[in-house]
Design a protein around this ligand. Structure first.
Ligand code: HEC
Ligand code: HEC
Length: 448
């Protein structure tokens, strides 16, 4: 992970985020059940603390990965009884949740061997301590540095998605997993059978599928079902907002955040798409809209410069033509059009949930906004005008203090069980080529 991060820092635009700060404040507000500050930090601190990296005086409090302490959670409970503010978790009748499946899915999620060159797991893009996304990259980078065109979304609360991916092209978590397993720029496995054979070849999985699935071994279906089961438990809510709005705790959020909520549902018209219901809120309408951002990205490809950070305190502006001369040209992204081929669907992307949004920078389908402030400024100016712009997007005329209020509200959506889910992820076994067995790769090389 560390090696990857270094590459990322060099090639990627800096994402100065409030993430480290947000996580630290979550830690601070966790109450007294944890032994000591240090213990908290060891469990919940981000693996790589980049706060202040833009400054030449940067020093890090980064913890050695091996010193992070995990703590198993009763994951199934987060699905049986989702935290305050979330509706009941939909579970398909043919894949009921069991602890065996969840733990098997978790093991698969953290297994680097399930990629073509044994290096890349799901968790390396959906990084637990970074909001189960990647705070350091606008768009995802997979095996051997191959980059994709889209931002990694969080996997918090994916149990509720009817339309999966930024263009909504998948509908079940069970099926979704085969996209990253097979994508050349993600885990790059050459075929479905290759992944199945690999799992069969790894001793650690002996019997685990059979126990979880009534004697069925690893198959295209059971692998999807196990991963879906794990992800269905990653429900993060009971945020300060939920305690104020649904549990009627008067002081759970600040007056400023309360004003922000008024703007969210009123003058800002945010809740026209990011829905809030009377019993619960998913903050999405499960539909796809054109905000103009995709249109702008399509029209401005290949021009301009990119600010690149080379080391703490050292930046340079690179002409995009220089970047493109050493990498692939940025791919065009037409959103829903790529699924329907209907020209009216160009640049439509799915409305994401806003739960835990303070933890999941950078934002939008292409990660082009690094802070929530930039997102709100974008809406305030009325998105980007184009012939297919959603009629719900228009200039808002928000004042500076109204923008601050809206931001305070967006900050109040971090689930109180985020630390528990992250600590559980730290307790998960990491599937890796064994250091004690230098022959592993050779022995487990599939014969083709
Ligand atoms: C190389 C980075 C990378 C890896 C590895 C990766 N993902 Fe993703 N994930 C992404 C990106 C990027 C998207 C959005 C893709 C799109 O919208 O076209 C995504 C989307 C998703 C979504 C949909 C979320 C949503 O809001 O629609 C889920 C669920 C998911 N990934 C789970 C997984 C699982 C399970 C694995 C391992 C089998 C995995 N991912 C591996 C980068 C990655
Ligand atoms: C027309 C429907 C619509 C309205 C109105 C709307 N949004 Fe969105 N929102 C979206 C869509 C669609 C996206 C994803 C766009 C993309 O990926 O390019 C999004 C993305 C976001 C994101 C980024 C989330 C992430 O994880 O990347 C934030 C934050 C956000 N909206 C906040 C707001 C706020 C605040 C308002 C009101 C000022 C608002 N939205 C109004 C549809 C809408």
């Amino acid at each position: 992970m560390n090696r990857m991060n270094k590459t990322v820092l060099v090639i990627n635009i800096l994402v100065v985020s409030s993430i480290a700060l947000s996580l630290i404040s979550v830690t601070a507000s966790r109450g007294s059940e944890d032994a000591s500050e240090l213990q908290n930090r060891a469990i919940f601190g981000p693996g790589d603390i980049k706060h202040g990296y833009e400054s030449a005086d940067y020093t890090t409090d980064t913890l050695d990965l091996l010193n992070r302490i995990g703590k198993e959670a009763e994951l199934i409970e987060f699905a049986r009884q989702p935290p305050l503010g979330l509706p009941p978790v939909p579970v398909p009748a043919d894949n009921p949740l069991t602890t065996k499946k969840i733990l098997l899915g978790r093991k698969l999620f953290f297994d680097r061997r399930l990629s073509i060159n044994n290096t890349f797991s799901c968790a390396m893009c959906h990084i637990p301590e970074q909001g189960f996304t990647n705070n350091e990259m606008e768009t995802a980078v997979g095996v051997e540095g191959r980059s994709g065109k889209r931002n990694t979304p969080t996997v918090y609360n994916v149990a509720y998605l009817d339309r999966i991916f930024h263009d909504g092209r998948e509908s079940t978590l069970e099926q979704q997993v085969w996209s990253p397993f097979l994508a050349r720029n993600e885990m790059a496995n050459p075929s479905i059978g290759y992944v199945i054979n690999k799992i069969r070849a790894i001793d650690e999985y002996d019997g685990l599928f059979e126990e979880a699935f009534n004697d069925r071994g690893p198959t295209m279906e059971t692998i999807g079902m196990a991963l879906a089961s794990y992800q269905r438990t990653l429900n993060a809510a009971n945020s300060p907002f939920d305690r104020w709005y649904y549990a009627k705790e008067k002081d759970a959020i600040s007056e400023q955040a309360k004003r922000g909520f008024e703007l969210f549902t009123g003058k800002g018209t945010c809740s026209a798409c990011h829905l809030v219901q009377s019993e619960h809120a998913l903050f999405t309408d499960d539909r796809l809209h054109n905000t103009g951002l995709g249109y702008e990205a399509s029209m401005s490809r290949d021009s301009g410069t990119t600010r690149v950070q080379l080391a703490p305190g050292i930046f340079t502006e690179l002409d995009n033509s220089v970047i493109e001369s050493v990498s692939r040209a940025k791919e065009n992204d037409l959103g829903l059009y790529e699924v329907t081929e209907d020209p009216n669907d160009r640049w439509k992307f799915r409305t994401p949930s806003l739960r835990n949004v303070a933890l999941t920078a950078p934002y939008m389908h292409n990660g082009s906004f690094h802070t929530l402030r930039e997102v709100v400024d974008f809406y305030n100016q009325g998105g980007i005008s184009n012939e297919l712009l959603s009629p719900l997007i228009r200039p808002l005329d928000l004042t500076e203090s109204e923008i601050e209020d809206l931001l305070a509200f967006l900050q109040s959506l971090i689930g109180s069980n985020v630390p528990a889910l992250v600590a559980d992820a730290f307790a998960a076994p990491i599937g890796d080529v064994s250091k004690d067995d230098p022959d592993w790769t050779h022995k487990n090389k599939l014969k083709y």
